[in-house]
Design a protein around this ligand. Structure first.
Ligand code: KG4
Ligand code: ZN
Length: 335
């Protein structure tokens, strides 16, 4: 079954064609990172306008790369949220128009679940590792799940304030490093001392698997404000702040994952979302955890439509619906 996936939840316009939830026939992404860079974050109005400009070119390129035409597609899957409302509208309306004009079925896919599916999709037989733990670390979510099957999850913990990627972006903004902040913070952190500042992520009372990064972010702000403007711009100072912040955020995560792997006896850990691109995170978890770890390949960590098309295949199979158009998958938890 050939599935066309469309993704436009934030600032990437993406399309992909994936065969039966597994084999990527083509995938294309138009990133707006350079447009939002100067604002230190995504400007929603600009994002939706650029989606409108880019979506048809991205779709054309996706079909060309796969040597397919729209008539060869069996199913259309679109990211139905969470995301920026104006951005979402562009992808969803395009997908609906496509489905209606071609009389093909359409399903809506949860973007956060799709980030996790990126790692499952690249694992040969993920079922052999269930029950597993799943961790999504993106710009909008820090979510820990127990995975019993594709589409069958139990929520274990999530952030009570900022997502981890959001904290990276805010720290980068405070230091004047631009957007997206994660890769810049990682770059500087390599040159810094992780013990230069005694930062710590928050502890959430009676919720051992919940995350809190807003206090950590404020501690970084105070450390920056305690310096004169000239000192704040020094490369070593920036590197030490980045290294100390990154170390505090990742140690907190590693600690919780270690505890969860003792309590829930998972056979593996699947990770997804933009932050999982970070090499220091990968090294730390490899060192700290003694269970198989599955990460998406770098191009599938960030927002993409291959994960949407891939998961769309399962949503369609599990939805038991004969209707041509459905945007409401059945029995899936909301993130
Ligand atoms: O999953 P994603 O592409 O979009 C959302 O669904 O939010 O994640 C984007 C987030 C941004 O906050 C970005 O700063 C962060 O992932 N990120 C990183 C790295 N690369 C991207 N964070 C830490 N280290 C990185 N190398
Ligand atoms: Zn995302």
């Amino acid at each position: 079954m050939k599935v066309l996936g469309i993704e436009s939840t934030c600032d990437e316009t993406a399309a992909a064609i994936v065969e039966s939830g597994k084999t990527i026939l083509s995938h294309k992404i138009a990133s707006q990172a350079a447009i939002h860079h100067e604002f230190g974050g995504v400007v929603p109005e600009l994002a939706s306008r650029h989606h409108i400009n880019d979506i048809f070119e991205v779709l054309d390129a996706t079909f060309k790369e796969a040597h397919l035409t729209p008539h060869d597609i069996d199913l259309i899957a679109v990211a139905k949220g969470p995301g920026l409302i104006g951005s979402l509208l562009v992808g969803i309306q395009t997908a609906k128009a496509f489905a209606w004009s071609l009389q093909k079925p359409l399903v809506g896919v949860n973007h956060v679940e799709a980030h996790l599916y990126a790692a499952l999709m690249e694992c040969e037989h993920p079922e052999q590792f269930f029950p597993a733990l799943g961790m999504i670390l993106s710009g909008g979510h820090s979510t820990l799940l127990s995975i019993q099957g594709i589409g069958k999850y139990t929520l274990i913990g999530q952030t009570i304030d900022d997502a981890m990627g959001e904290a990276f972006d805010k720290v980068a903004k405070m230091l004047g490093l631009g957007y997206p902040g994660g890769p810049r913070v990682e770059e500087y952190a390599q040159l810094g001392n992780p013990k230069a500042f005694p930062f710590r992520a928050g502890i959430v009372k009676e919720k051992p698997y919940s995350f809190s990064f807003s206090g950590l972010k404020t501690a970084v702000l105070y450390a920056i404000q305690s310096k004169e403007p000239a000192q704040r711009a020094e490369k070593q100072f920036i590197a030490d702040i980045c290294a100390s912040f990154q170390h505090a955020a990742f140690s907190n995560l590693a600690e919780k994952l270690k505890k969860a792997s003792v309590e829930f006896h998972p056979k593996a850990l699947f990770l997804g979302g933009g932050v999982t691109q970070n090499k220091a995170l990968r090294l730390m978890l490899q060192k700290e955890l003694s269970l198989p770890l599955f990460w998406p390949s770098p191009e599938l960590c960030l927002d993409n439509a291959a994960m949407i098309a891939g998961l769309g295949f399962h949503v369609w199979r599990q939805s038991k619906t004969d209707e041509l158009f459905t945007l409401e998958p059945i029995t899936r938890i909301e993130f």
